[in-house]
Design a protein around this ligand. Structure first.
Ligand SMILES: [Zn+2]
Length: 77
């Protein structure tokens, strides 16, 4: 599945931070991942990837943990 990632830089007078957003309409590879993402809030706006969330630890994923399909993160401007 492809995930389109938009980099959003917030700049203030003294600090700036970068946030990664994904397209709201996603074509999920399987229902399990779709459910996981909506229940666990597994998108990391700092990393710009979906993550497996275990307590305070986020592990970015490049493959779906349920069906094994590759997850392509595509940068968009
Ligand atoms: Zn899947």
């Amino acid at each position: 599945m492809q995930v389109y990632v938009r980099k959003d830089v917030q700049a203030f007078e003294y600090v700036s931070f970068t946030e990664f957003k994904n397209e709201e309409e996603l074509d999920f590879c399987c229902e399990k991942l779709e459910k996981y993402v909506s229940v666990v809030k597994s998108w990391s706006s700092k990393i710009g990837k979906f993550c497996i969330v275990e307590k305070d630890t986020l592990t970015p994923i490049d493959y779906c943990p349920f069906c094994g399909k590759k997850i392509d993160y595509v940068d968009v401007e």
